[in-house]
Ligand binder design. Structure first.
Ligand SMILES: *Cc1c(COP(=O)(O)O)cnc(C)c1O
Length: 351
């Protein structure tokens, strides 16, 4: 059965009459706005924060459109990727009935969001090489499987999923395939964005939280065919990105070069940190990574985690995660932070 957006869209969402804001209902030019119960006198802040922001964030999307090479109707903005993840569940999964496929070890929010929405989860663990188990995925798909969640580069393993495996899923699954590309800027792999026209069932997630350095702004992006984006926009809270966040994002998006510079430095630091860690006697393995973090295997993981925390250095203990036994996930820091973490690990070894 080929992909049919109208068949996969939940009936209540298909029939939904979305909230119509004051700004939706009047779009012409005017000088006096008495339609939204705002404070017409102004605000304690200097900017015009007394007005509701653009619900569809058109200015930010126009700038993203030229950076990403995708037309505005194919772009959704969420209050972080986490909001986009939740909205995808709500758009396509009937609670208590539908199921989704998740491939652990991976980003924890897919599972949490599925549980919040009472959607069944089929976990198809990655292979030992942290790649997709295509056969098991194919076997797991049933008539109620609506979404397959893929994360590439994957968190917490750091590697990219094989492109041909992803293509096989895109070509053979008649539900929606979500590819979370939160770390794509640190990878040599290319984004699936140019492939969007070929796949009406593809949703790509990216974020301003990682390479763009704007985790505090809470801006996540979804790219997909306009039919899917339209459904997501109908569900989202009307003003999900604040005016302040929109203004700051617009400003940040003018600085692509600066961001590319940071990416270059972080990738270089990643290589140095990885090589140095590999030299340490307690380190069993540093996994290859396409992201801004390293998965480090050491029999000392939990003790080392506690030691570092005591020294004021927080890393992520993934020891209890299947396939990541005895692993710490270490974010690549500034050059001096990376030196500090190495020095503390050496001190740990010598005590
Ligand atoms: C960090 C991260 C995100 C980003 O989430 P935001 O809500 O946009 O900050 C998304 N996906 C993965 C896999 C991540 O690791």
């Amino acid at each position: 059965m080929p992909f049919d957006l109208n068949a996969i869209n939940r009936p209540n969402i298909r029939n939904l009459v979305p909230y119509s804001s004051a700004r939706d209902e009047f779009k012409g030019e005017a000088s006096i706005f008495l339609d939204a119960n705002e404070n017409s006198l102004g605000s304690p802040l200097t900017r015009w924060y007394n007005r509701y922001p653009d619900p569809l964030q058109m200015k930010v999307k126009e700038k993203l459109s030229s950076i990403k090479g995708i037309a505005v109707p194919g772009i959704f903005l969420g209050n972080g990727s986490d909001e986009a993840i939740d909205i995808i569940f709500r758009a396509f999964c009937e609670p208590g009935m539908d199921n989704v496929i998740i491939c652990p070890p991976t980003y924890g929010m897919y599972e949490v969001s599925a549980n919040i929405n009472n959607v069944f989860i089929k976990k198809i663990t990655l292979t030992e090489a942290f790649q997709l188990d295509l056969e098991a995925i194919e076997e797991a798909i049933d008539i109620n499987t609506k979404l397959i969640w893929l994360c590439s580069p994957n968190n917490p393993t750091g590697n990219s999923l094989d492109r041909t495996d992803i293509e096989i899923i895109l070509n053979n699954f008649d539900g929606i395939v979500v590819i979370d590309e939160a770390y794509i800027n640190f990878s040599k792999q290319r984004s699936f964005i140019p492939d969007l026209p070929d796949y009406p069932n593809l949703v790509i997630l990216q974020t301003l939280s990682k390479a763009w350095g704007l985790a505090a702004l809470r801006i996540g992006m979804a790219f997909a065919n306009p039919g899917i984006i339209n459904i997501m926009n109908r569900i989202k809270p009307p003003y999900n990105i604040s005016q302040a966040a929109q203004e700051l994002a617009l400003e940040a998006l003018d600085h692509v070069e600066e961001v590319n510079n940071m990416i270059r430095i972080l990738v270089e630091e990643r290589g140095k940190l990885s090589a140095a860690l590999e030299q340490l006697p307690i380190v069993e393995k540093v996994y290859p990574t396409d992201a801004n973090f390293l998965l480090v295997k050491t029999p000392e993981a939990s003790r080392l985690y506690a030691y570092l925390a005591e020294k004021g250095i927080v890393v992520r203990n993934r020891s209890n995660v299947a396939l990541c036994e005895n692993c710490l996930r270490i974010t690549v820091g500034t050059p001096s932070e990376n030196m500090a973490v190495l020095k503390q690990i050496e001190l740990y070894i010598n005590t």
